[in-house]
Ligand binder design. Structure first.
Ligand SMILES: C[S@@+](CC[C@H](N)C(=O)[O-])C[C@H]1O[C@@H](n2cnc3c(N)ncnc32)[C@H](O)[C@@H]1O
Length: 318
């Protein structure tokens, strides 16, 4: 594992944001996206008393991080799970509340670098894109079996692809001749189906379609929609959650969940807001924080990162 290829994004900022919660005695932190363990190892180092629970849906990531974090012994518990299973995982471990939660959303650099997993449009590979290869359907199955209208919806919603109809018409025509299996054929088809003007902007024209397929295959937005509220619920008062996202759809969900938690739920016009309507969260970031120019210069994968944080300030009042 080469360290410079897997530099954890906005690491110092994430650690500083979680610090006030993790410096408390007996603190537990959950890394919902263990990946190669960069953030997790830094958490264990910076907070020597902290217990870490770390989740990933990718068994290969768990295997590699397991080796990396072995020196920390029982301080680190690694679990194969989708992060929206966080409540069940904590339940099984007998942990009622946690002090910190970190999400570093998206694909890991290892997943992108392993050409045969089919995430990268720059290399020809089987169109798989599953982060957990033991379950679910592959990108090829999505392309070959979804109705055209559904594919258009996915490309528009998850890829923000303006040429979705044109691309999907070409996909449907081609899949009738021969089902898709590899990425190169799809990349070529997208390139051929777009008008010149659309090809001149926004980098590789296949980028948006690949993002859309990946989000669909891994049900990424549903998972984020469920997981962020679950993380907030799992936090003890004073606990903190930090979320790094890499595309606007994810960031929007995070922003909305945090904003809802930081707002009063009182009906308008109450002279005094009763406890049960008071906000449960306090925002730790004004808008989303971005990586510094120096970080982006050293690690281009940090470029699209957006960091948001919030602190739990009140129990749920029933
Ligand atoms: C950007 S990487 C994390 C990198 C990590 N912070 C590090 O420093 O090495 C994201 C990881 O989250 C995992 N992941 C993505 N969606 C997930 C989900 N719904 N549940 C669990 N893990 C998920 C991916 O398999 C990937 O390993």
């Amino acid at each position: 594992m080469s360290n410079d290829r897997h530099v954890p994004v906005m690491l110092q900022r994430c650690l500083d944001m979680l610090a006030p919660a993790l410096e408390r005695p007996g603190a537990v932190v959950v890394d919902c996206t263990l990946g190669l363990g960069g953030h997790s190892e830094a958490l264990l180092q910076r907070f020597p008393e902290v217990r870490l629970v770390a989740l990933d849906r990718d068994k290969e990531a768990l295997r590699l991080s397991g080796e990396r974090l072995a020196p920390y012994g029982e301080r680190a518990t690694l679990v194969h799970a989708v992060y929206d299973e966080l409540p069940e995982v904590l339940d099984r471990l007998g942990i009622p509340k946690v002090d910190g939660v970190l999400f570093d959303l998206g694909v890991s650099s290892m997943q992108l670098d392993e050409a045969d997993r089919g995430f990268a449009y720059a290399q020809d590979a089987p169109l798989d894109m599953r982060m957990d290869q033991s379950t679910g359907i592959s990108a090829a199955e999505v392309l070959n079996t979804y109705p055209a209208g559904e594919l258009v919806r996915i490309l528009r919603a998850y890829g923000e692809e303006k040429q979705a109809k044109r691309i999907v018409s070409a996909i449907v025509r081609e899949r009738e001749k021969e089902p898709f299996s590899n990425s190169a054929r799809l990349v070529e088809l997208i390139r051929d189906s777009l008008p010149q003007a659309a090809k001149r902007t926004g980098g590789n024209p296949a980028k948006r379609t690949f993002q859309a397929l990946r989000i669909e295959v891994n049900r990424e937005l549903e998972a984020v929609e469920n997981a962020i509220p679950a993380a907030v619920k799992a936090l003890a008062v004073g606990g903190r959650v930090a979320v790094l996202s890499y595309q606007s759809l994810e960031d929007r969900i995070v922003k909305q969940v945090f904003a809802a938690g930081a707002a009063t739920t009182a009906p308008p016009g109450l002279p005094v807001v009763p406890e049960k309507y008071q906000p449960r969260l306090q925002l730790l970031t004004r808008g989303a924080e971005l990586p510094t120019e120096e970080e982006v210069a050293e690690n281009r994968r940090a470029a699209p990162a957006r960091l948001r944080g919030a602190q739990r300030i009140r129990e749920d009042v029933l």
